[in-house]
Design a binder for this molecule. Structure first.
Ligand code: CA
Length: 371
């Protein structure tokens, strides 16, 4: 594992570098098969106020679609997956409701107005909390950097080493869901865009307030497939960069040249692309979406002995790349995903991040049980 110091000299952006071996392999086999980003960068821990949110007993199903019950093969069967996507295994899922879109700024604003909730990115990081997630002896960062902030994507000027994410993520004071690019930006006119800079704790708090919950990883993949069997993407097997744009992803050269063939260099309003067969929008690209599950790379191995019914993830997180940091699963990829770097839009692609991390390309959607 390699800990990198962030642009400002402190932020422990615990990115795991793709090994040289993997790089070589990718070059030899075709960069299309490379899925380099193994872990999303971490934000500072901050004490959150999720517990102050009381659970709603009533649910509005407006904007949700019903996902039928069924059985499917979860995980990758082709050779493009990362190790944690195997083995493919049989999973049974009960019917449930799912938000047709990512939660929007307008929806999140209603929640904040109703509850006074303050998101993780708006809270000054607490060194005592951060320390718990770091290897013993890690020095305390400079006090000037312990400010309410979040990570904002900034394109580089030229091609860079894709192993070093600190080149395109900036720790930006005042960046949060209301100011996605930093204090000078706002969300006016972006009511219909997915809310971003959302930590798992924030997403969980919203879900509680709405009387809903975050999807399990199995529900997420099942819903994303939309009933298609063993396809790479929710639309089938056609390469996302061929034909009509299918999702909001990065076209061009990451992270310096965005051709925006899909018309969007950053996030797009929800419902800008064709939905999947269940009527779910942006199940690939736009923003990453939090799941309720803890992450372990071996969970599929544990499940593969028999049919798993409504699996809810392992009881404890373990990410060998950052063993001291608990991680939750995120799914679907974002507007930054590109074949040369991170094919997070593949229907089986798994990613993980710590629950107190929110980034400029991370949001969520909710599900609800059928009563
Ligand atoms: Ca998405």
């Amino acid at each position: 594992m390699r800990y990198q110091t962030f642009t400002l000299g402190l932020l422990l952006l615990t990115m795991y570098a793709c090994g040289k071996k993997e790089e070589k392999k990718a070059k030899m086999t075709n960069t299309d098969t490379m899925s380099c980003e193994s872990s999303l960068p971490s934000r500072f821990s901050a004490t959150n106020n999720t517990n102050s949110i009381s659970e709603s007993k009533t649910v509005s199903y407006e904007g949700m679609v019903q996902i039928p019950s069924g059985e499917f093969l979860m995980g990758a069967s082709d050779d493009e997956g990362r190790q944690d996507e195997y083995p493919q295994h049989r999973v049974k899922i009960n019917a449930f409701w799912m938000d047709a879109t990512e939660v929007t700024n307008a929806q999140f604003e209603k929640f904040v107005k109703a509850t006074g909730y303050v998101t993780t990115a708006e809270i000054k990081p607490d060194w005592e909390e951060i320390k718990k997630q770091l290897p013993p002896g890690t020095p305390k960062p400079d006090e000037s950097l312990l400010v309410a902030a979040s990570l904002v994507f900034t394109p580089t000027a030229t091609a860079v080493d894709l192993n070093d994410a600190s080149q395109w993520w900036r720790w930006t004071e005042g960046a949060n869901w209301k100011h996605p690019q930093g204090p000078k930006s706002d969300i006016k006119g972006k009511e219909n865009y997915p809310v971003v800079h959302i930590s798992w704790d924030d997403a969980n708090a919203y879900s509680k307030w709405a009387g809903k919950r975050l999807p399990t990883e199995a529900e997420w993949e099942y819903a994303s497939r939309g009933g298609l069997i063993d396809k790479k993407y929710f639309w089938g097997n056609e390469d996302p960069e061929k034909g009509k744009p299918k999702a909001n992803i990065w076209q061009g050269k990451f992270p310096y040249l965005n051709m925006a063939k899909d018309k969007f260099a950053g996030a797009s309003p929800v419902k800008s692309f064709v939905p999947n067969r269940y009527g779910l929008y942006d199940m690939a690209g736009n923003v990453w979406e939090w799941c309720s599950d803890w992450y372990t790379p071996d969970y599929y191995k544990d499940l593969s002995r028999s049919i798993a019914t409504n699996p809810k993830g392992p009881s404890k997180s373990y990410d060998p790349m950052e063993p001291t940091v608990p991680k939750k699963v995120v799914r679907g990829g974002s507007f930054l995903c590109n074949a040369s770097y991170c094919k997070g839009y593949r229907v089986t692609a798994r990613m993980k991040s710590s629950p107190d991390t929110g980034l400029g390309h991370t949001g969520f959607r909710c599900v609800a049980d059928i009563k």
